[in-house]
Design a protein around this ligand. Structure first.
Ligand code: FES
Length: 158
């Protein structure tokens, strides 16, 4: 008699799918990006060009509005360096971020704005190629979710 009740308590497949997702990024050449949906939010994945990585790396931390990495894969006090705003050493070209402006939650536009990072058209927040807030009303860098490379071409988010 208990079985039907227990069965209802199990998460269904759609719930499990939301917990973590795997994304194949093999087709993303440098300079390309894609947006996937995870836990109801857009997630930006971008394969940055060497120039975009270099532009992010050379910005002194004291020029940043938000010097904290906001990277769920690192300690909460990690600094927003170029590498700590990426997938890490050796994978600096990859950046994975929640696509929700830290001002009021609009979805910023990629490859846009003064730094060719992201631009939020709602109230003019400008993010650089590391997703760090540089101008406008947004208070924080775009948040980076927990993610890991399952292989060279597959990223698991969550
Ligand atoms: S929601 Fe992005 S600038 Fe206001």
């Amino acid at each position: 008699m208990a079985w039907p009740f227990i069965d209802q308590m199990r998460p269904d497949q759609s719930t499990l799918a939301l917990a973590s997702i795997e994304v194949n990024v093999a087709a993303l050449q440098p300079g390309m990006s894609l947006t996937v949906k995870w836990r109801g939010k857009p997630v930006f994945i971008r394969n940055r060009t060497p120039e975009e990585v270099a532009a992010a790396a050379q910005v002194p931390l004291d020029q940043l509005k938000d010097p904290v990495a906001r990277n769920a894969n690192l300690p909460s006090d990690a600094q927003a360096t170029g590498v700590d705003r990426s997938a890490g050493a050796g994978k600096e070209n990859w950046i994975v971020m929640i696509g929700s402006c830290t001002h009021l939650g609009c979805v910023p536009l990629g490859q846009s704005g003064e730094y060719n990072g992201w631009f939020c058209p709602c109230h003019g927040s400008v993010y650089d190629t590391a997703g760090r807030i540089r101008k406008g009303p947004a208070p924080q860098n775009l948040a980076m979710p927990a993610f890991t490379f399952k292989s060279d071409t597959v990223i698991q988010i969550g």
